[in-house]
Design a protein around this ligand. Structure first.
Ligand SMILES: NC(=O)c1ccc[n+]([C@@H]2O[C@H](COP(=O)([O-])OP(=O)(O)OC[C@H]3O[C@@H](n4cnc5c(N)ncnc54)[C@H](O)[C@@H]3O)[C@@H](O)[C@H]2O)c1
Ligand SMILES: [Zn+2]
Length: 339
């Protein structure tokens, strides 16, 4: 088992990567309450049967303040107090909601995660961003607060559907593209093993991914500059997720394809680099092409609350393994995309 650390303003996280789920009880206090979703509960409750459990529904439609209120009510019913420890056991949705509830309930209680999807292990559980969607805006209500620990045990990935595994690879590929050319090559050479969750390959890719994200979060927890690079593929990704209701990982894959195309059009990466990115996404069974209505996507980007007046911080690639933050006006983006 390997450990990585994240040091936030309020908390320090130990991220445990490897076969660590059997030791879960060592990390929990007697007054732990589990937050999980119905599917994970049915598959993994043997790990947390001894604790009180709050179960939420499946899917992005449940990532709402309504679910948060439901959890607050259950916490009161369970007589939770300042000494309660909340454990989010599940994918990105469970982690994002648990982090938000733990940060706001009684002005903050201790919390940790067992991340059970590939996407949550390599991305959503890492870095302390939490929250819910509101009025059609993704993650618009939330906080940044680091959990005490994150357990990433690859054995939980075996019960995932293959589409969910591909979704996780969208964020792994993103990490390689923005920060690590060697990892890009490893991804190219080992796609079959990686998709089959070969223990050595998958564990090292999870470790490498978290290493990249945690290094960035340690530099810039509150996303003033460096952390923006992690949004590579997400400007269009979020718009696609919102307008076309694709899952996060699938939408990010399209978003990576579009941002890579723009990096090529702006003269940063070569056509060969662009083609190798598209081939890699396809190798991992991720979608790259769809007949999008770009006017609708641009409209969604313009309405996005993260825009800064008439421009956005767009993440481009200077080369494979190096990201670059560029302020692009909505006008320029619109011209580039319609070209
Ligand atoms: N906070 C962040 O920094 C951050 C980063 C990336 C993504 N996110 C968020 O993460 C969410 C997506 O996360 P996700 O892809 O994990 O989705 P998810 O939590 O919906 O999980 C996907 C599906 O897999 C099921 N599942 C979970 N673990 C399983 C297992 N071990 N075996 C079988 N099935 C299992 C779930 O029940 C669900 O149906 C989005 O809401 C996105 O906004 C947050
Ligand atoms: Zn993402």
């Amino acid at each position: 088992m390997k450990t990585l650390f994240i040091k936030g303003q309020n908390n320090k996280t130990s991220v445990l990567i490897g076969n660590s789920l059997n030791e879960l009880t060592n990390y929990l206090t007697a007054n732990t309450i589990i937050i999980t979703d119905s599917k994970v509960n049915s598959l993994y409750s043997h790990y947390f049967n001894n604790y009180k459990i709050i179960e939420i529904g499946i899917g992005e439609k449940n990532k709402t303040l309504k679910t948060v209120i439901y959890i607050y009510e259950k916490l009161l019913e369970f007589e939770a107090d300042k000494t309660t420890f909340l454990l989010g056991f599940g994918g990105g949705i469970v982690c994002d909601i648990t982090g938000f509830v733990a940060t706001t309930f009684m002005r903050g209680v201790r919390f940790g995660f067992v991340a059970t999807t590939l996407l949550s292990q390599v991305d959503a559980s890492i870095g302390g961003k939490n929250g819910v969607n509101f009025n059609g805006f993704k993650n618009i209500v939330g906080t940044i607060n680091q959990p005490e620990f994150v357990i990433c045990d690859p054995s939980t990935l075996k019960t995932l559907q293959s589409k969910e595994i591909s979704n996780g690879f969208a964020e792994i590929i993103k990490h390689a593209l923005i920060a690590d050319f060697e990892m890009f090559k490893i991804l190219q050479l080992n796609s079959k093993k990686a998709l089959k969750l070969d223990t050595i390959i998958i564990e090292s890719l999870i470790y490498q991914s978290i290493k990249i994200k945690s290094r960035i979060v340690n530099i810039d927890e509150f996303e003033n500059h460096e952390r923006k690079k992690l949004n590579f593929g997400h400007t269009f990704g979020h718009a696609i997720e919102k307008v076309y209701k694709f899952s996060h990982g699938q939408a990010v894959s399209y978003g990576i394809a579009i941002a890579s195309k723009l990096s090529y059009k702006k003269g940063y990466i070569t056509i060969d680099e662009y083609n190798s990115i598209i081939s890699l996404l396809k190798l991992y069974k991720l979608p790259v092409k769809y007949n999008f209505d770009f006017n609708l996507l641009l409209e969604s980007i313009i309405n996005d609350k993260k825009r800064e007046q008439d421009s956005i911080s767009f993440i481009l690639l200077k080369k494979i393994g190096e990201a670059h933050i560029e302020k692009i006006s909505i006008n320029e983006l619109s011209l580039l995309i319609k070209e």
